[in-house]
Design a protein. Structure first.
Length: 250
C-alpha cells in the first residue's frame, strides 16, 4: 500500500466512526427520543443548524489531520513502535494493566493540554473553535482548530512509542474514545440519577460536566474522568446541582 492509500484508509475509517456514532446519537436523542428524554437535556434548547454545519466541517478537517499523524506513526515508523500482536508475548495481567494505563495516560494528557488551551492567547487563536458550540451536540466531538486536532492526535504516538501495548487493544481504545467523546458532547445525560455521588461515579466524567465546560468556558477539563479536576480543584461548583436537575424529572 502506498502512503496516499494508507492516508485515505485512515480518513475513511475515522470518518466512518465519526458519522456512525455522531449521527446515530443525533437521530436517537435529537429526533426520536427528544420529547420523552427532554428532561435529561442539560441546556433546554437546541443548537442552530449553522452550529451543526460548522462542527461537521471542522471535524472533517480534524479527521484529515488525525490520518496524517497515523501515516507518520504507522506508515513511516511502524517498525519503531512498541506495539505487539500476540497477547502471550507478555501476559493477561499486563494486557489488563495496559488498558488502565491507556485511560489514565490519555485522560492526563488531555487534561493538561486542555488547560493549556485555556491560556488566553491559545484560547483566542486555537481553542475558541471548539468553544463556538456553547451548547454542544454529537457533531462537536472532533470540532477542533487544526492545531488543536494535531495536539489531540499526539495521544497516538504517545501510546505507540511508550510502553508495549497490544495493537488491537489500541484500536479498540481509540474506538471507545470516539463513542465517549460523542457522549460527552451529547447534551443529554445518560448516567443514572445520583451517579455523580457514588464511589465510582464521583470520578467519572459525564455529559453534564463537559456541557458545563462548553457553557461556562472554564473548569471541568477532564476527558474520561474527573480525577484531575477533583485533585486540582477545577471541578465546577455548579456540577452537582446541574447533574441533579438534569437527572430528576421536574
Ligand atoms: Zn475547553
Ligand atoms: Zn468539548
Amino acid at each position: 500500500m502506498d502512503m496516499f492509500n494508507f492516508w485515505w484508509r485512515e480518513v475513511l475509517e475515522a470518518m466512518g466512526e465519526y458519522f456512525l456514532f455522531a449521527s446515530s446519537f443525533f437521530v436517537l436523542f435529537y429526533i426520536i427520543l427528544k420529547k420523552p428524554l427532554w428532561f435529561r437535556k442539560v441546556q433546554k434548547k437546541l443548537p442552530k443548524l449553522s452550529d451543526y454545519g460548522r462542527d461537521i466541517i471542522y471535524s472533517l478537517i480534524s479527521i484529515g489531520i488525525f490520518a496524517s499523524v497515523a501515516v507518520v506513526v504507522f506508515f513511516f515508523n511502524g517498525e519503531y513502535t512498541h506495539i505487539y500482536r500476540d497477547i502471550e508475548t507478555y501476559n493477561w495481567g499486563y494486557y489488563l494493566f495496559t488498558w488502565v494505563y491507556m485511560f489514565f495516560i490519555h485522560d492526563t494528557y488531555f487534561y493538561w493540554m486542555h488547560r493549556m488551551m485555556h491560556h488566553p492567547t491559545l484560547f483566542k487563536w486555537v481553542h475558541l473553535v471548539h468553544h463556538k458550540s456553547t451548547n454542544p451536540s454529537p457533531w462537536t466531538a472532533y470540532a477542533f482548530h487544526p492545531f488543536e486536532a494535531f495536539l489531540e492526535a499526539m495521544i497516538v504516538p504517545i501510546l505507540a512509542f511508550g510502553i508495549p501495548i497490544h495493537g488491537p487493544a489500541i484500536g479498540a481504545f481509540l474506538f471507545f474514545q470516539i463513542i465517549y467523546n460523542v457522549y460527552g458532547h451529547l447534551g443529554f445525560e445518560l448516567y443514572p440519577k445520583n451517579f455523580h455521588k457514588t464511589a465510582i461515579g464521583k470520578w467519572i466524567n459525564t455529559s453534564v460536566a463537559h456541557n458545563l465546560h462548553h457553557k461556562g468556558f472554564d473548569g471541568n477539563y477532564g476527558l474520561y474522568f474527573l480525577i484531575w479536576d477533583r485533585w486540582m480543584g477545577t471541578l465546577r461548583k455548579d456540577y452537582n446541582t446541574t447533574y441533579e436537575m438534569t437527572t430528576e424529572r421536574q
